[in-house]
Design a protein around this ligand. Structure first.
Ligand SMILES: Nc1ncnc2c1ncn2[C@@H]1O[C@H](COP(=O)(O)OP(=O)(O)OP(=O)(O)O)[C@@H](O)[C@H]1O
Length: 455
């Protein structure tokens, strides 16, 4: 029987895919790497290639999702009524890898408005650093709220957490355009809650709860920004419980695991840990090269392999910077109408690639970041304009300059449109004072700090 099954294995898998409308990405991730390893009486042992020992929980998911239909398909193709048992490749000392594939149909759902359509499983390069997070995310996307609830994805800056969250949301919406899938940053959640409580804007507390509870999937990005903010944390706790009790899927991302949050209330920590925490670490060299090649292919660039190697060798810990390097090189070569040579790459990336140098925060960096955040021009920040829309960001920039640079007040004043140091001091105190009462402002400052000094 083993020989027959091996002969017919591809046919069985293809039939399974067709009869059960399995998407390309699910097929490539779970089904295609499956191999029949053994037949004993009517028990067929199938090895789940691509899943490693520390991901053993995924067997549960595959069992629930595919075991029965695989048994049915085996019987249909070979007339052999069997019982399938899944094992991991480590059990048989075999190894294969899997990769995700696209499904590119545009999504039409009001919930897709704040999703980046380019962040899909297809455009996500899988490497040893993110393999488990990718597999768990795909499992959640295929069967929301059946397994791993909440899914808690954590890892350092720019390593793909947001990408995976959008991929889950895009996948669910593509398969079910009626699904109510809400992706928010924790900054947005906090701001809306504060507005609702103060009832300044149109949204009331009732509407806030309606919005966050009347959904099937909630994905909340960068949860660290609400940790320690009592009111927001409390509301999130109730939102979480409501959704979880009603079998709705929750996906959370964070820069650290639940246990590393010192100020996290125990009851919330245990909620976070009751699902599946998965981490993403920095990519290795091969994964960095694969990401660069993927990006090159997506953007239609044509860059010499040696230059890609130069980037991958020098930018190690942040994929956003890795991508930024490619964009910078191509922009530079267009601007100066020159081919992309090693010298051009080195010149274009000299600010980014300085391996032994700690990135210095300057007053100019702060002005640029703050103005971009508030949709202003740097010239507005240093101008003499006195309207609220400009004065407030300007004071925020003053505050950040004071605490993120070594520059004395006089120098900050000079860089900020030749202002007197007492004006700078006033701005700093104004923001520091307001931060005591205004959670909204506190989280904006946190976000800006992270933008200015990632990592
Ligand atoms: N494995 C990957 N394959 C392809 N692109 C990736 C991968 N990981 C990250 N990226 C890209 O790197 C950039 C940064 O990723 P993302 O914004 O998801 O990081 P993050 O972990 O959410 O960062 P932050 O902590 O700042 O919120 C994005 O453009 C994303 O598409």
């Amino acid at each position: 029987m083993l020989d027959i099954l091996r002969d017919k294995w591809e046919e069985i898998k293809e039939k399974l895919k067709e009869d059960h409308d399995i998407t390309n990405v699910s097929y490539k991730t779970w089904i295609q790497p499956m191999q029949v390893a053994d037949v004993d009486n009517n028990t067929v042992t199938v090895v789940l290639n691509g899943i490693e020992e520390e991901q053993r929980q995924l067997i549960d998911f595959v069992n629930k999702k595919y075991r029965f239909i695989l048994q049915v398909t085996i019987e249909e193709v070979t007339d052999f009524a069997c019982n399938v048992v899944f094992v991991l490749p480590g059990d048989l000392e075999k190894n294969h890898t899997s990769a995700a594939e696209p499904s590119s149909a545009p999504i039409s759902s009001p919930y897709s408005a704040n999703l980046n359509q380019k962040y899909t499983f297809d455009t996500f390069v899988v490497g040893p650093n993110n393999k488990f997070a990718h597999a768990a995310s795909l499992a959640v996307a295929e069967s929301p709220a059946e397994r791993y609830n909440p899914l808690f994805i954590y890892g350092g800056v720019g390593l793909g957490k947001t990408h995976l969250m959008h991929a889950i949301a895009n996948f669910i919406l593509r398969n079910n355009p009626d699904a109510r899938v809400l992706y928010v940053t924790s900054e947005k959640f906090t701001n809306e809650l504060i507005d609702a409580i103060r009832n300044k804007n149109s949204i009331s507390t009732f509407e806030f709860r309606e919005k966050y509870r009347n959904i099937d999937v909630l994905l909340i990005d960068d949860i660290q920004f609400i940790i320690g903010k009592e009111g927001t944390q409390e509301e999130f706790f109730h939102t979480f419980n409501f959704l979880h009790d009603n079998q709705k899927q929750i996906v959370i991302s964070s820069d650290k695991p639940p246990k590393a949050f010192e100020t996290l209330e125990e009851r919330l920590r245990s909620r976070f840990e009751m699902g599946l925490p998965v981490d993403i670490s920095a990519p290795d060299y091969e994964t960095r090269m694969a990401i660069l090649r993927k990006k090159e292919e997506m953007e239609g660039y044509n860059i010499d392999n040696e230059i890609l190697k130069y980037i991958a060798t020098n930018i190690k810990s942040n994929i956003r910077e890795l991508e930024g390097a490619l964009t910078k090189i191509t922009a530079y070569s267009k601007l100066y109408k020159t081919d992309i040579t090693q010298e051009v790459a080195e010149e274009a990336l000299k600010d980014l690639i300085s391996p032994n140098q700690v990135k210095e925060v300057t007053v100019d960096t702060i002005i640029d970041t703050v103005s971009e955040h508030f949709h202003l021009k740097p010239a507005d920040i240093i101008s003499q304009k006195r309207n609220k829309e400009v004065v407030f960001p300007r004071q925020i920039a003053m505050y950040l300059c004071r605490y993120m640079t070594e520059s004395p007040l006089q120098m900050i004043g000079k860089a900020m449109g030749n202002r007197d140091h007492t004006t700078i001091l006033h701005g700093i105190e104004k923001i520091a004072g307001e931060m005591q009462e205004n959670e909204n402002l506190k989280s904006t400052i946190d976000i800006l700090k992270k933008k200015i000094m990632p990592g």
